[in-house]
Design a protein around this ligand. Structure first.
Ligand code: BDR
Ligand code: CA
Length: 314
C-alpha cells in the first residue's frame, strides 16, 4: 500500500499531541516532519512540546520550529485550555530530542519542491508557516497534493461567536492558504465538537496500558478539566486528531464542497470562515468542509492508533 506522505504543522497543545501520536505510527502514513508554530502557546513552548511527545513515544521524526507569531495581527495564545507550558498535565522526562536547525518554512519549501507533488500538508494550528512558505516560494503551490486543516466552523466559533482559534489566531495566513487553489479539507468545530472525550473514553484508552495510552490519559486529565471550566463540556473536544483520523479512514467524515472565505474585514466576525453551504454566492467551491463525523469510528481509530505503541513493550 502506498503511504500518505504528510507534513504535520502544529502548535502542541493537548489535541495536537494526540494527532502526533496517531500520525507517527500509522502504517498508512509517512510523517516526513513535524513543523511547529506559535499558537496554543509561544513557539518556544510549542516546539519543546512537539519534541517531548515524539521523544516520549520513541519516534524518530524531525521537528522544525517555524514562525513565532502571526503575519499581521497581535499574537494570541490559549493558556486557559492548554496551560502555561501548552502541554500541562503529563510529567515528561528530561528533553533530549534535538530541534532541527532548519526553519520550518524552509523545510516545507525544500521538501515540497523536491517532491513528486504527493505531499499532504496537515495543519492543526494557525496557518502562519504554510502561508509564509506559499508567499516565499509560490512554486510550492502546485506541489501541494492537498491541505487538510483543523480550523474554522460554519456555525459558531470558540474564541468569538464567529471565529475558531486556529483561524482567528492568524486570519491573514488562513486567507492566503484558502486562496492558494489547491484541494482543501476543512475539519472545523462543527465536527470536532462531536468528538467529545468523555470520562468513559479516557477509561477505555487507559486500559490499553502502554506509553501512548498513559500519555493520552495524562493529557486528557488536564484538557478535559479546562474544557469543562471554559466551555462547560463534560468531555473535551479532541479537535486536531480528527484530521489524522480522516487520512487513516476518509469514511470517518462526511464532506461537502463549499466556497469558503475568511472574514478579514469586520470587527466582531473577524476570523470567521464564511462557508457558503447553500451556494448563495454562486462562486466555485474552494474547500471540502466536514459536516459530519462517525464518532464511534473516530474513537476506534484513536484506540487502534494508541495500541500500535504496545509493540514497543513486547
Ligand atoms: C484548535 O485550537 C487549539 O486550541 C487546538 O489545539 C485546536 O487546534 C481548536 O479550536
Ligand atoms: Ca492545535
Amino acid at each position: 500500500m502506498e503511504k500518505t506522505k504528510i507534513i504535520l504543522d502544529c502548535d502542541p497543545g493537548h489535541d495536537d499531541a494526540v494527532a502526533i501520536l496517531l500520525a507517527a505510527r500509522d502504517p498508512g502514513i509517512e510523517l516526513l516532519g513535524v513543523t511547529v508554530v506559535a499558537g496554543n502557546q509561544t513557539l518556544e513552548n510549542t516546539q519543546r512540546n512537539a519534541r517531548k511527545v515524539l521523544q516520549w513515544c520513541n519516534c524518530d521524526v524531525p521537528v522544525y520550529a517555524g514562525c513565532p507569531g502571526p503575519l499581521v495581527r497581535e499574537k494570541i495564545i490559549a493558556a486557559d485550555i492548554h496551560g502555561s507550558t501548552g502541554l500541562d498535565g503529563p510529567v515528561f522526562p528530561e528533553l533530549t530530542k534535538p530541534l532541527e536547525n532548519e526553519h520550518a518554512v524552509m523545510f516545507m519549501i525544500r521538501t515540497l519542491l523536491e517532491s513528486q507533488g504527493d505531499i499532504t500538508v496537515v495543519t492543526t494550528g494557525p496557518m502562519t508557516n504554510l502561508a509564509m512558505a506559499i508567499r516565499l516560494e509560490p512554486r510550492i503551490i502546485e506541489k501541494i497534493r492537498r491541505i487538510v486543516l483543523m480550523g474554522g466552523s460554519y456555525t459558531n466559533g470558540n474564541v468569538t461567536p464567529a471565529a475558531e482559534f486556529n483561524i482567528i489566531a492568524d486570519a491573514e495566513a488562513a486567507h492566503i492558504c484558502f486562496g492558494c487553489g489547491r484541494p482543501i479539507v476543512m475539519v472545523g468545530l462543527d465536527v470536532t465538537r462531536k468528538a467529545l472525550c468523555y470520562p468513559e473514553i479516557v477509561e477505555r484508552m487507559g486500559k490499553i496500558g502502554n506509553r501512548a495510552s498513559d500519555l493520552f490519559v495524562a493529557l486528557m486529565g488536564h484538557f478535559c478539566r479546562t474544557q469543562k471550566e471554559v466551555f462547560g463540556w463534560e468531555g473535551g473536544p479532541l479537535h486536531d486528531p480528527v484530521t489524522i483520523a480522516y487520512l487513516i479512514d476518509p469514511s470517518v467524515l462526511t464532506l461537502k464542497p463549499m466556497n469558503v472565505q475568511i472574514d478579514l474585514r469586520s470587527t466582531i466576525s473577524y476570523g470567521r470562515t464564511n462557508c457558503d453551504a447553500f451556494g448563495y454566492l454562486q462562486l466555485p467551491p474552494t474547500a471540502e468542509v466536514a459536516v459530519d463525523i462517525d464518532v464511534q469510528r473516530f474513537w476506534d481509530i484513536v484506540e487502534t492508533g494508541l495500541r500500535r505503541y504496545s509493540e514497543d513493550d513486547t
